[in-house]
Design a protein around this ligand. Structure first.
Ligand SMILES: *Cc1c(COP(=O)(O)O)cnc(C)c1O
Length: 398
C-alpha cells in the first residue's frame, strides 16, 4: 500500500515532517540527503555497515520467546526483540554507525550530538572513538547531574560534554544548542540526531538505519514460527526503536502496531510526555508534528521517570500513523513502568531499561485480550543497568 511509503519528495509524511530549518542549514541538509540516497544504493557502503553491525554492534540481536510472560497472560505468544544486547546497551548504535559512515563519506571531521539520558551521547562518542573523529555532545545541566555515569562514559570515550544551562536544562535545550553549533560550524561538522525527529532527511535516515530491527524480526519469526507477527509493541520517545520495528511491516495491514508513550505522573497532570495522546500540531526543531505546547504555542516542560522518553515532540511519521490509524498510541505512567521492570526481571531474567518498561507494561492491557494463536513482538529497546540508581531510589518508596 503506497499510502504508507513515506516521505514524499519534500520530506513530508502527509502534512507532517518537512524541513523547517534556518537558511544556512538547507545546503547541508540537501548534501546529507544526496549522500544518503547514493549510499543506500552503494554496495560498498552497505557491506561496510553490515560488517560493523555484525562484528562491532553484535547483530543480529536475538528474538527471545518470553515463555513465562506468555503464561502469565494466557494470550498470544510474546517475543522480545533484544536490542538491549546491542553494544552500549540500546538500539541507539544502529543509527550512530550508519550516520558516522555518512559523515565520513561527506568528508566531515567533527561530530556533534544532543543527548538526554546519555544513551545517544554514549553511542555517538563510541562511533567517534572507533573512527577517530572529534566529538562534542550537548547535554542539559540537569541531565548531567541525573546521569553522571553516562557523562563519565562519554568523557572516557574521548568526547567533550558541553553542559547546557539555558531553558529548563534538559534535552530540548541541548538540542537547541546543538542546532546553534551546527549553524556555526556546518563546513566541517555533521550533526548525528538520535531519533526519527528533526528536519528532513533525518526522520527517514534514522528510520532506515533502525529498520534492521524489524527486518531481523521478520526473518527470525519465519524461522521460529513459519509466519509473521500479529502485533508489534514499542515505547515511543522520539520514536526510533518503534519505527525501526514497525517499518518493514507497515504495508502489511494485518499487523497491528502499538506505540507506548510516558504518562509520567498521569496524563491529567502537567508531568507527562504523552505527545500523541495529549499534543497538538505545531512546528518544532525543524519538523511539523504533534507537540506538547501551551495556548501560545510555547513548548511545554515535560516529565517522565525515564530520561529517554521525556521529549515534548515526536517523529513526524508517528504523527501521520496516528492520524491514519495505522498505529495506535497509549500512555503508561511511572508506576506501571516500574512494576513492569520487576515483573520482566523476575519472570524472564531480563532487566529492561525504564523506557522499554513502558512497552512491557502495556502487555498488561493488551496481552490478555489476544488469542493464544497470535504472536506479539515487543521491542526490548535497552537494558536497565543505567537506571539502577533511579530504580533503587524508587524501591525505597514502594
Ligand atoms: C533513547 C531510548 C529510547 C527512546 O528513543 P526512541 O527514539 O523513541 O526509540 C527508548 N529506549 C531506550 C533504551 C533508549 O535508550
Amino acid at each position: 500500500m503506497s499510502e504508507y511509503r513515506y516521505p514524499d519528495a519534500r520530506g513530508k509524511f502527509g502534512v507532517f515532517g518537512g524541513k523547517y530549518a534556518p537558511e544556512t542549514l538547507i545546503a547541508a541538509l540537501d548534501e546529507f540527503e544526496n549522500a544518503y540516497r547514493e549510499a543506500r544504493e552503494d554496495p560498498t557502503f552497505l557491506a561496510d555497515l553490515a560488517e560493523l553491525q555484525r562484528d562491532y554492534n553484535g547483530r543480529p540481536t536475538p528474538l527471545t520467546f518470553a515463555k513465562r510472560l506468555t503464561e502469565r497472560y494466557g494470550g498470544g505468544k510474546i517475543y522480545l526483540k533484544r536490542e538491549d544486547l546491542c553494544h552500549t546497551g540500546a538500539h541507539k548504535l544502529n543509527n550512530a554507525l550508519g550516520q558516522i559512515l555518512l559523515a565520513r563519506k561527506l568528508g566531515k571531521t567533527r561530530i556533534i550530538a544532543e543527548t538526554g539520558a546519555g544513551q545517544h551521547g554514549v553511542a555517538t562518542a563510541t562511533v567517534c572513538a572507533k573512527f577517530g573523529m572529534e566529538c562534542v555532545v550537548y547535554m542539559g545541566e540537569l541531565d548531567v547531574e541525573r546521569q553522571s555515569l553516562n557523562v563519565f562514559r562519554m568523557e572516557m570515550l574521548g568526547a567533550e560534554v558541553r553542559r547546557v544551562t539555558s531553558g529548563n536544562k534538559t534535552l530540548k535545550d541541548a538540542t537547541n544548542e546543538a542546532i546553534r553549533d551546527w549553524v556555526t560550524n556546518v563546513g566541517d561538522t555533521h550533526y548525528i540526531i538520535g531519533s526519527v525527529v528533526g528536519p528532513h532527511p533525518y526522520p527517514t535516515v534514522v528510520r532506515d538505519f533502525q529498520a534492521v530491527i524489524g527486518r531481523e524480526t521478520r526473518e527470525q519469526l519465519l524461522r521460529a514460527e513459519k509466519r509473521g507477527p500479529d502485533r508489534l509493541v514499542a515505547c515511543v520517545g522520539g520514536g526510533s526503536n518503534a519505527i525501526g520495528l514497525f517499518h518493514p511491516f507497515v504495508e502489511d495491514d494485518a499487523v497491528k502496531m502499538y506505540g507506548v508513550e510516558a504518562a509520567g505522573r498521569g496524563i491529567d497532570t502537567d508531568d507527562h510526555c504523552a505527545t500523541l495522546t495529549k499534543g497538538e500540531v505545531g512546528v518544532f526543531q525543524g519538523m511539523k508534528t504533534y507537540l506538547l505546547q501551551n495556548d501560545d504555542g510555547q513548548v511545554n516542560e515535560v516529565y517522565s521517570i525515564s530520561a529517554g522518553l521525556d521529549y515534548p515532540g515526536v517523529g513526524p511519521e508517528h504523527s501521520a500513523f496516528k492520524d491514519l490509524g495505522r498505529a495506535e498510541y497509549f500512555a503508561i505512567d511511572d508506576k506501571a513502568a516500574l512494576d513492569a521492570i520487576y515483573r520482566t526481571s523476575e519472570l524472564e531474567g531480563i532487566l529492561p531499561a525504564l523506557e522499554t518498561a513502558h512497552a512491557l507494561a502495556f502487555l498488561e492491557t493488551l496481552a490478555p485480550k489476544t488469542d493464544p494463536e497470535e504472536i506479539i513482538v515487543v521491542c526490548c529497546s535497552g537494558r536497565g543497568d543505567k537506571d539502577l540508581n533511579t530504580i533503587v531510589k524508587e524501591a525505597r518508596n514502594r
